[in-house]
Design a protein around this ligand. Structure first.
Ligand code: PLP
Length: 393
């Protein structure tokens, strides 16, 4: 008898992957330029030049350095460089000891959830949310509870959160800028969130941890800033990734910040190392640890995403679509033109528009449009969006 749970997870691919595969088939049939594929969150802008330069320079170093196993938490020099960068940018006082290098945000989150949680615990997140949270939380025998968004701005509904917290709540997972809504949570809302977590931790006599999922931290528009949550709440673990900021999703590199101010720091820190060990991560890719340190404050050309956001938001609003105003990441969350977003996405396929229904994000009735695509894909897709709208009028 094999694991039913793993069989279930592995035998059905995610809705996003299914749509992406359909797109590949369609592109082979009618040509790539006639399929408007908005399904995947794969960065469309290239990694900055500094990444290539760093790789080429690193290749001159002895193989036994750049390709070797690093210590499990990562190379000490790399961790120090990252800690110093965070201190400079966010007024923190981290050291190398507070940084644990990982294989991207997926690994960071999975490790934090396993390190903190026990079977029967509850983790809370905010809809719409990244669907993999469910599989990581349920993977340790815990329960994921989703708090619906505050409408119409898709910020956090603090009243609903308060009702969801129980004595079993181990941690709250927050993702800003958000995939799939593109919303950046305001400082006011985050102060409300951290205030509530302090109050509830006191009430239940134990810490409720905050896990922040931040792969899109640098992808923000219109001068918006993303508050650094360790400054607001002591029991915060930060899960970061270079997948989006440096356009390196296939290289699997990121880190966890484990601040000393955490309740039970002396046990949480080894538990993070233990979770990474159980999950078989061994260490993060060595070459890309060194690349990350050399490019620690670089990003790709964020303006290109802003340009796409403006084109899409303006074009769809003009056609009569209702969009959640996005201030970050590279996703637009749009109200489906019928109650069932799956049926709406099927209709969109008739025009070779590939959109993702929002059900798996825990917020039915919407579609996600990933605008990390070439500008011309957005321009060429507009007539298709117009025809789709006409079907409903
Ligand atoms: N969290 C969110 C909200 C994401 O959108 C993604 C990837 O798209 C991840 C985590 C995983 O990112 P990584 O590639 O760094 O594992």
């Amino acid at each position: 008898m094999i694991s039913e749970e793993c069989y279930e997870l592995g035998s059905k691919s995610s809705v996003i992957r299914e749509i992406f595969s359909f797109g590949l088939k369609r592109k082979a049939e009618i040509g790539a330029d006639r399929v408007y594929d908005f399904s995947l969150g794969n960065p469309s802008i290239p990694a900055p030049d500094s990444v290539k330069k760093a790789i080429l320079e690193l290749m001159e170093q002895p193989a036994e350095v750049i390709h070797a196993y690093s210590p499990a938490p990562g190379d000490a020099g790399v961790r120090k460089t990252i800690a110093e960068s965070l201190n400079r940018r966010f007024g923190e006082s981290f050291t190398a000891e507070n940084i644990f290098m990982t294989c991207g945000a997926a690994a960071s989150l999975n490790i934090c959830i396993k390190a903190l949680g026990n079977p029967g615990d509850e983790f809370i997140t905010f809809a719409p949310f990244f669907p993999e949270y469910r599989c990581w939380v349920e993977g340790i025998g815990a329960e994921l509870k989703a708090v619906p968004p505050r409408l119409p701005d898709f910020q956090i509904d603090l009243e609903a959160l308060e009702k969801t917290i129980t004595s079993k709540t181990k941690a709250v997972i927050v993702n800003s800028p958000n995939n799939p809504s593109g919303v950046v949570y305001t400082e006011e809302v985050l102060k409300g969130l951290t205030g509530l977590l302090k109050k509830k931790s006191d009430e239940y006599g134990g810490p409720i941890y905050l896990i922040t999922d931040e792969p899109y931290r640098e992808i923000v528009y219109d001068g918006v800033t993303v508050p650094y949550l360790t400054k607001y709440y002591d029991n915060t673990l930060v899960c970061y990734s270079y997948s989006k900021s440096l356009s390196l999703p296939g290289e699997r590199i990121g880190y966890i910040v484990i601040p000393e101010r955490l309740a039970d720091y002396n046990r949480v820190s080894p538990a993070v190392a233990g979770a990474a060990r159980v999950l078989g991560f061994v260490c993060a890719p060595s070459l890309f640890q060194y690349v990350a340190a050399r490019c620690v404050e670089d990003t790709g050309d964020i303006e290109a995403y802003k340009n796409n956001r403006d084109l899409l938001l303006e074009g769809l609003t003009r056609l009569g679509y209702t969009c959640v105003p996005p201030q970050g990441a590279f996703y637009l969350f749009v109200k489906a033109l019928e109650e069932d977003a799956n049926a709406f996405c099927e209709r969109a396929k008739k025009y070779d528009l590939l959109l993702v229904p929002s059900d798996d994000f825990g917020c039915p009735g919407y579609v996600r449009i990933a605008y990390c695509v070439a500008e011309k894909t957005i321009m060429n897709a507009m007539p298709a969006f117009e025809k789709l709208m006409r079907e409903y009028h």
